[in-house]
Design a protein around this ligand. Structure first.
Ligand SMILES: *Cc1c(COP(=O)(O)O)cnc(C)c1O
Length: 494
């Protein structure tokens, strides 16, 4: 039942206010003298007039409609929806971090610069790289930054290689970033075990190969056992290896992309390192590189000389700036807090628990859903809804049914090389009870598909909106409220 209060425009009453401002102490200006006529409103903006309490209820009601990690299980594979510890928030709000200005002189921001420098060092150690930039604000931007460095590196050697190889199980951002950076992408098919097909790879690697982009464990949650050989093949042909480290949850403290032979890696702090993830950002996608690529790192770089931290632009071969200021500073503070709270041993345990949880859930669900790859997985695994599809229920329907039980569905229809794919990543921060409760529900849904498919096909039954026209929602989103375009009562199911 939705209270009238929640409909902020409808509950507006002339003269009702939610804020009291002090009397103005500056002279009132008549804008009509200052602005061109066509820029001046002829009708006042239609803003709701409500009390503070009504406004609070409005936003609280909206937030309750959202599903987040703080109100439920969120096993979204390839996204690592793990708990974001509240201590991160406390530290990010320290005056010394939240009230500094990016243009204040470096001598007056030594603490902040020290944090950035130490975070660079920590991430370099975690990834086995020689230097790190914290600038990129997302995984995809990290990929693009890395590929621009590949380009600069090749150009400095007088080479113009055009090909970037990407396996068919790769995240969609990989080929997209390569294309935006001006490369041609070539897809490498996986073999029957879901791993890079080495023979296929060898066929495609040549003197025009700039880089291979890979994630290991891959998006099927499987470790590329031939990684050392893969690296050798690419390096021998003069190409570089790019590691998509968006999901590093399986390798922390266990191995590093550096050891596997990679030259460049990006991390998603908003996945592996417990910084908030929702609403498309703000994120952080730091990039680490091996020695030979250091000259091309974005500027400014945060540097240390004795105990003095500085912001340096003095790197003539740099690809330049990729983000305003020094990255998403508040997010970087949160990730630093997490890393220092956990310590090396804690991070190792994160990976062990993440892998254990994924395998526990995998084993519980394998009897009920098709499991295309039955070997031990890393931090995530894929199931296929192909068995259910034969009974007329698709993976999309299973995902919708999960909403009735208060769970965010897993990632579906990705990776593309698995039919009716469900990609499940439970993360280390969930309890055994949560994993059991989720698997009970998945098993119940599998039984419903056999006994009462209608309940799955017509799901969800408990959410505010039933099924969206997802294509229309993506192509013609209504982002501006007008009374005329306000959702119809029947569609909203008040
Ligand atoms: C999430 C993800 C990305 C993209 O990261 P964004 O921060 O969303 O740009 C890239 N690769 C993999 C494997 C991912 O899971």
């Amino acid at each position: 039942m939705v209270e009238h209060n929640e409909l902020i425009f409808e509950s507006s009453r002339p003269g009702r206010v939610g804020a009291s401002l002090p009397p103005s102490d500056v002279e009132k200006v008549n804008l009509s003298d200052k602005l061109p006529k066509h820029l001046i409103r002829s009708v006042p903006a239609e803003l709701p007039e409500v009390s503070e309490l009504q406004l609070v209820r409005h936003y609280t009601a909206l937030s309750n409609k959202n599903h987040g990690i703080d109100n439920g299980f969120y096993p979204l594979g390839s996204c690592t929806m793990k708990y974001n510890p509240k201590i991160n928030e406390d530290v990010a709000r320290y005056d010394g971090f939240s009230r500094i200005h990016p243009y204040q002189p470096a001598e007056t921001a030594q603490g902040a610069l020290k944090l950035l420098y130490e975070l660079q060092e920590d991430l370099a150690e975690i990834t086995g790289m020689d230097a790190v930039t914290l600038q990129p604000s997302a995984g995809a931007q990290g990929e693009w930054t890395g590929l621009m460095m590949v380009k600069a590196y090749l150009e400095a050697k007088g080479e113009t290689r055009k090909k970037v190889l990407v396996p068919d199980s790769a995240h969609g951002t990989n080929p997209a970033s390569a294309a935006v950076a001006g490369f041609d992408t070539v897809t490498i098919p996986s073999n029957q075990d879901g791993l890079v097909d080495l023979e296929e790879l060898k066929k495609h690697v040549d003197s025009n190969t700039a880089a291979l982009m890979l994630t290991n464990p891959n998006t099927l949650g499987l470790f590329e056992k031939e990684i050392v050989e893969i690296a050798r093949v690419v390096h021998e042909a003069g190409g570089l290896l790019y590691y998509d480290g968006a999901n590093a949850n399986a390798i922390l403290g266990k191995t590093t992309p550096g050891k596997m032979g990679f030259d460049i890696v990006h991390l998603n702090l908003h996945k592996t390192f417990t910084t908030p993830h929702g609403g498309g950002g703000p994120g952080a996608g730091p990039v680490g590189v091996k020695k030979e690529l250091i000259p091309y790192l974005p500027v400014p770089r945060i540097e240390k000389d004795n105990e003095n931290y500085s912001i340096s632009f003095n790197h003539p071969q740099s690809i330049g700036r990729v983000k305003g200021y020094y990255g998403n500073f508040g997010i970087l503070v949160r990730a630093y807090t997490y890393i220092r709270t956990m310590g090396p041993e804690g991070l190792r345990e994160v990976s062990e628990s993440a892998v254990l949880h994924a395998n526990y859930l995998r084993k519980k669900l394998e009897p009920y859903f098709e499991a295309p790859y039955k070997q031990v997985c890393k931090h995530e695994f894929v199931l296929s809804g192909s068995r259910q599809k034969k009974l007329g229920v698709r993976t999309l329907d299973i995902a919708k049914r999960l909403l009735d039980f208060g769970y965010h569905p897993p990632t579906i229809y990705f990776p593309l090389n698995v039919e009716e794919c469900m990609m499940i990543e439970p993360t280390e921060t969930e309890s055994k009870e949560t994993l059991d409760a989720f698997s009970d529900v998945m098993i119940q849904i599998a039984k419903e598909v056999e006994e009462n498919p209608e309940i799955v096909l017509s799901a969800p039954h408990t959410t505010i909106i039933n099924r969206l026209d997802e294509v229309k929602a993506a192509r013609q989103p209504v982002l501006r409220y007008t009374r005329e375009e306000a959702p119809q009562k029947e569609a909203v199911k008040l």
